[in-house]
Design a protein around this ligand. Structure first.
Ligand SMILES: C[S@@+](CC[C@H](N)C(=O)[O-])C[C@H]1O[C@@H](n2cnc3c(N)ncnc32)[C@H](O)[C@@H]1O
Length: 202
């Protein structure tokens, strides 16, 4: 089943009920965005994150679902935002082409998460940062979500913060985990996080 092809018309309503926008906002606040940053939003969906980003930044929205991206095009005010239909595990973007890479509530939907993480590292520039918002499988709510997603054919590959951090440490990155709630966290990864932490950090 192609979940997001079916869900695209209702996605924003469902997320409104779930309070998703607030979570996204808190995730974005964890990182400092500079005016000339090129920002890539992987698994951008209907553009719930991209619409919050500053209008002066170059934004690239990547998703495998044409239907989700169609909604994003209408919603994101920054008309110069680029829309790319591509799979996260095989991105059609140049090496070192982005300063910030966001992946919000999307990693566990990817078929080959290891390859997707390597792609994020490949496209991010030195002193840039990768920002991933995910759900901790140690929490019961995440496990229920995993079972429901698996029922509709989704991979449901949820990583603990430690396991996700270990991936990036292997790539030579420094990492930091910020708990957003008992089951939601943000992981920041970069070769150098200095000056990149947002309002809650240094
Ligand atoms: C739960 S939605 C999250 C969308 C958005 N980031 C948000 O927070 O509202 C997950 C998104 O990941 C996309 N997706 C799933 N597998 C993908 C893949 N292999 N490559 C790129 N995007 C993918 C889906 O099409 C969907 O839009």
């Amino acid at each position: 089943m192609d979940l997001f092809r079916l869900a695209a018309p209702f996605y924003d309503c469902l997320m409104k009920v779930a309070g998703h926008q607030k979570t996204i906002k808190r995730a974005v606040e964890q990182v400092r965005i500079k005016p000339d940053d090129v920002i890539c939003d992987i698994g951008a969906g209907t553009g719930q994150l991209s619409r919050l980003l500053p209008a002066e930044n170059k934004i690239i929205m990547v998703d495998s679902s044409v239907r989700m991206l169609k909604k994003a095009r209408k919603k994101v005010a920054n008309q110069s935002a680029e829309i790319v239909t591509s799979r996260a595990q095989n991105l059609s973007l140049e090496d070192n082409s982005c300063d910030l890479v966001f992946c919000i509530d999307a990693l566990h939907h990817f078929e080959r998460t290891g390859a997707a993480l390597a792609e994020m590292k490949r496209i991010v520039r030195d002193r840039g940062a990768i920002v991933i918002m995910e759900f901790d499988p140690a929490n019961r709510k995440t496990r229920i979500m995993q079972q429901l997603e698996e029922l509709v054919g989704e991979p449901g590959c949820f990583y603990s913060p430690d396991k996700l951090a270990a991936f990036f440490k292997k790539f030579g990155c420094k990492t930091e985990v910020i708990e957003l709630s008992s089951w939601q966290y943000v992981l920041l990864a970069s070769d150098d996080l200095t000056g990149r932490r947002g309002i809650d950090g240094f």
